[in-house]
Ligand binder design. Structure first.
Ligand code: C5P
Length: 223
């Protein structure tokens, strides 16, 4: 069915920013609005997929007709994704995942005391890389938001994280990246640039990206 190229596929999308708790009233997060990931979940639904959206902190309106799993921390997101990975056909990791979390989470509000305070952070696991290492038949798509040397980082990430596709957006360009309704992306695979898209709505970016995913899924099914 050409109108529903993802019919019968289970698509899992992560979106939003993760929230890393410092104490009961404080946390570390980032500027992710969730718009790109939510647009991907919506597009996957329109294209016939069975969609699960694992979402961190986001301001965008939740799409209808998809299963929504709310998470806070990177570790929670990792658990939610890994629990479903075995039965998933396509994973799109549009979430802005915190690279570090507080080493300790205080049970009580931290009191103001000395003139300086140090917050120790420890590295979070890389969810995308873990999926890349564990995948059997799943198609895995990563995102990268960069301010400089985007192409070099994108190519490095797609290989190191064993992703099937990697979507790069330059977050310094107006009309791209966090919070906007449009995006300007370049899509890579391990062989190099696949597509450079002009500025378009996140809805259109989502459709182009998933169109490419469907094409590649069908090509490998025919082989
Ligand atoms: O942060 P980075 O640019 O490496 O993110 C690239 C991709 O890796 C994104 O798809 C992001 O969701 C994913 N990622 C992840 N776990 C992390 C860091 C990033 O899954 N700890």
């Amino acid at each position: 069915n050409p109108a529903k190229p993802l019919a019968g596929k289970k698509v899992l999308v992560t979106a939003g920013g993760t929230v890393e708790r410092i104490d009961p009233v404080r946390y570390i997060t980032n500027d992710s609005s969730g718009k790109m990931g939510y647009a991907i979940a919506e597009a996957a639904k329109r294209m016939g997929a069975d969609v699960t959206l694992v979402t961190g902190n986001a301001t965008a309106d939740l799409p209808a007709g998809v299963e929504v799993v709310r998470v806070q921390s990177t570790l929670d997101m990792m658990d939610a994704v890994l629990a479903r990975f075995g039965e998933t056909d396509v994973v799109v990791k549009a979430a802005a995942v915190a690279d570090y979390r507080p080493a300790q989470r205080a049970d009580q509000k931290i009191k103001k005391n000395d003139d300086t305070m140090t917050l120790e952070l420890v590295k979070n696991p890389d969810i995308l890389q873990t999926l890349g290492e564990r995948k059997t038949n799943q198609f895995v798509v990563g995102f990268a938001a960069e301010t400089n040397d985007g192409e070099r980082y994108a190519l490095d990430k797609v290989k190191r994280k064993k992703s099937d596709l990697l979507v790069l957006n330059d977050v310094t360009v107006p009309g791209a990246g966090f919070g906007t309704d449009t995006n300007i992306v370049r899509i890579y695979d391990e062989a190099g640039l696949v597509e450079a898209l002009p500025q378009m709505s996140k809805r259109d970016v989502a459709e182009r990206l998933l169109g490419l995913v469907a094409e590649r899924l069908n090509a490998s099914a025919r082989r």
